[in-house]
Design a protein around this ligand. Structure first.
Ligand SMILES: [Zn+2]
Length: 371
């Protein structure tokens, strides 16, 4: 069985024309030549292009997926949000709520439904055994989106929609989401806060975005204590800190929760050259983290791993990070390397800093009562 790779060219047509960094153009704000959003289609299209030129794409099972249906979307989002979004999308685009960092153009509703559809399809095909694991190149991303509010370039909560679809089709009951996008997965957290059967784990830069969520104290609602785990890391964390975080916090938690499938909210914005964060991960960090999750998935959930693409704003670095993940997932020999690793010094971190990070992880270990 091959790794499923779910993408659709139409996802790259979503844009924020008329906006600059999601701020309406006008007054003192000059239009950007690039089209408007930091969440630029090139960061994703270049992933597909790199897979193409190295030949790795030929080793994957490449598929698209149908759009998420209104029924799929309503399992997560309010009818009012869906109606408002559809109506603005049909009449030229804009934002559902002004200044909410989520502009879209005509047809944005359908593109967002397609992005959710890719994740639904990826999760379904892994759960029914068509693919051993899968990667959805979903765009727009989803992990900040709330049931009634778009946020942070996210228009539909892709992973949550896919989980609720799979559950309603009787494909699985217990799910885990590991969110290593550098920003807090506040949308996924909010949607599953009271659900004891969905473990949500977010590793993020402390108080980066949203600035007021993602604290370790948020551990799940009254009937779901322990089913939410926030791991805020200080700015400057890199390769070894992320691997320590997985080994000492995330993997033990997954083993004790015993999900039937692990989903990864896969942002590449902890990259050392990302413009929207201050971390120093390299392509090797993402490939090592993928390796660790694959080992754990083998132990606890029949290898079932489903990646959904989230943020990542370096047009140059994101493709190499994603290629490294897909090389691991598919077990391929084709290695694209990481042309930026030498300038990030991420393999040999300052030992004093490592001690600081190690102490933080030890404190979290005690807090979460992980053996
Ligand atoms: Zn992000």
């Amino acid at each position: 069985m091959k790794t499923g790779f779910f993408y659709d060219e139409r996802c790259f047509w979503h844009s924020g024309t008329g906006y600059a960094f999601a701020i309406p153009v006008g007054d003192l704000v000059q239009p950007l030549a690039s089209g408007g959003l930091p969440e630029d289609p090139e960061t994703k299209r270049r992933v597909k292009n790199l897979l193409n030129v190295t030949g790795l794409l030929n080793e994957l099972e490449v598929k698209s997926g149908p759009l998420a249906t209104r029924e799929d979307l309503e399992r997560v989002h309010t009818a009012k949000y869906l109606d408002d979004f559809k109506s603005i999308s049909d009449s030229g685009g804009g934002e559902v709520v002004p200044f909410s960092t989520t502009p879209f153009t005509q047809g944005g509703y359908e593109t967002a439904s397609l992005s959710s559809g890719l994740v639904i399809h990826a999760l379904t095909d892994v759960l029914i055994g068509k693919n051993k694991n899968a990667y959805a190149l979903s765009r727009p991303p989803g992990h900040h989106c709330l049931p009634d509010k778009a946020m942070g370039f996210c228009l539909f909560a892709n992973i949550a929609i896919a989980i609720k679809n799979a559950r309603s089709n009787g494909l699985a009951k217990k799910f885990a989401v590991v969110d290593w996008d550098v920003h807090h997965g506040n949308g996924t957290e909010a949607i599953f806060m009271d659900d004891p059967d969905v473990l949500t784990i977010s590793i993020h830069q402390d108080r980066c975005f949203p600035p007021d969520t993602g604290n370790i104290e948020e551990q799940g609602g009254r009937d779901a204590r322990g089913a939410n785990m926030n791991i805020p890391l200080p700015a400057g964390s890199g390769h070894l800190t992320y691997l320590e975080t997985l080994n000492r916090l995330v993997l033990p938690k997954l083993r004790s929760f015993q999900p039937e499938v692990i989903l990864v909210a896969c942002g590449f914005d902890a990259s050392g050259v990302d413009p929207l964060s201050r971390m120093i991960c390299s392509a090797k960090t993402y490939s090592e983290m993928t390796k660790l999750l694959m080992k754990t998935a083998k132990e606890i959930c029949k290898d079932r791993l489903v990646f959904a693409h989230e943020g990542g704003y370096s047009e140059v670095h994101v493709p190499f990070c994603a290629h490294a993940v897909l090389q691991e997932l598919s077990g391929s020999e084709i290695d694209a390397g990481d042309p930026l690793a030498p300038i990030m010094d991420c393999q040999q971190p300052n030992t004093e800093m490592l001690e600081v990070y190690s102490n933080i992880i030890s404190r979290y270990k005690d807090f979460f009562q992980i053996e």
